[in-house]
Design a protein around this ligand. Structure first.
Ligand SMILES: O=C(O)CCC(=O)C(=O)O
Ligand SMILES: [Fe+2]
Length: 356
């Protein structure tokens, strides 16, 4: 068994998955999944890569959320059951979504030297790199990512932003502004669906709400059953807006102890609730555990935008949701990245540490 400091391991951990995949005759041990480490494994989760589609992940017309009580009820049901929905008519043109996919593709297809200009530090999440390694035993996800703070703008760390393609920054800035509008519409609708004042969740965000972008690249793998693109986790955001690959599926959510495939819906954005929304809604909305499967033939690229309260802002269940019948389930907490990742890499859910 290699140790973290052995030359082989050092070499491996310094390689991005894309490099490992390009020169892979045998799957390195560090990538081989160990099911007993994966949360979701203590459940009876059925191992299946089959895609159970509708009606598991409802399609919601965002443009109707202000006017249609029926659409609002559908939204409430979706986030209260699987914690996830496919947003259509969200206000972003399909052609713009293509531009976002394009900057991702151009970045991941640029040379190793070019990408390494954005390389993250070993102990930092921001920048380009593979799974952050926090322990010797940790299985590494079959995924390279570029993680960037998108908002607030004064917190952007531009040294990690690709210079190539040259329009990368312009497109990501524009995309973040558009996602901010969707975040606002969805958060207001979520509040109204619970008969709360519509700004209550946004007020918990504070004045400088944050957004991070995670560009995911999953190379194909000859041993798709032995690796995971992303191990089971729930997001630490309030909501996550995911732009899926145009053709290649892989995302699954855990629903009623079954892994359910999240299909690709043309021009839709896949939105899931994160831990901070589960807390603010006192557990009514569910932050779903999800994972990513790999396939042997096709690469897959996605872009996740994590929308959340301003850094260091504490959040908690809305007072109006707490009663004798529905007691407070979570403490008030400050959901920092550090707190989230320490739990995540040890196979625990951060939200469990917030329970009363
Ligand atoms: O790529 C995907 O389908 C999901 C990625 C994801 O869960 C994440 O980045 O948190
Ligand atoms: Fe996620």
């Amino acid at each position: 068994m290699m140790s973290a400091t052995s030359p082989e391991n050092y070499d491996l951990l310094n390689k991005q998955v894309q490099e490992v995949a390009a020169d892979c005759h045998q799957l390195p041990e560090r990538y081989i999944r160990k099911e007993d480490e994966e949360y979701g494994s203590h459940t009876n989760a059925v191992e299946s890569s089959s895609t159970i589609t509708s009606p598991e992940v409802p399609v919601i017309d965002v443009s109707l959320l202000n006017s249609s009580p029926l659409e609002l009820a559908k939204l409430k049901f979706a986030v209260g059951s699987c914690g996830c929905f496919q947003a259509i008519n969200h206000g972003i043109e399909g052609s713009f979504l293509e531009k976002v996919r394009e900057i991702s593709r151009l970045f991941f297809r640029s040379s190793v030297e070019e990408k390494k200009k954005c390389l993250r530090a070993d102990d930092d999440i921001e920048g380009y790199g593979n799974d952050m390694v926090l322990s010797d035993q940790q299985t590494i996800d079959w995924n390279d990512r570029l993680y960037l703070t998108a908002l607030p703008k004064h917190q952007q760390r531009l040294q990690f932003w690709p210079q190539n393609p040259s329009h990368f920054r312009e497109v990501l800035d524009e995309y973040s502004s558009k996602i901010e509008l969707i975040n606002e519409v969805v958060l207001k609708a979520l509040a109204r669906s619970l008969n709360l004042e519509e700004n209550c969740f946004l007020n918990q965000y504070g004045t400088n709400s944050s957004m991070s972008a995670r560009f995911n690249y999953y190379p194909p793998c000859e041993w798709p059953d032995k690796v995971l693109g992303v191990k089971p986790h729930a997001d630490g955001s309030a909501i996550t807006v995911l732009l899926q690959d145009k053709e290649v599926e892989g995302l699954q959510i855990l629903k009623d102890d079954q892994w359910v495939g999240v299909p690709i819906v043309r021009d839709a954005l896949t939105i899931n609730v994160g831990d901070q929304m589960e807390i603010m809604s006192n557990g009514i909305f569910k932050s779903p555990v999800h994972r990513v499967l790999i396939n042997s033939e096709n690469e897959r690229m996605t872009v996740a935008m994590f929308c959340m309260p301003q850094t260091e802002k504490d959040i908690g269940p809305e007072d109006d949701l707490i009663s004798d019948e529905t007691p407070r389930l979570y403490k008030n907490v400050t959901f920092t990245l550090d707190f989230f990742f320490k739990n995540y890499q040890q196979g625990r859910r951060a939200i469990d540490a917030c329970k009363i």
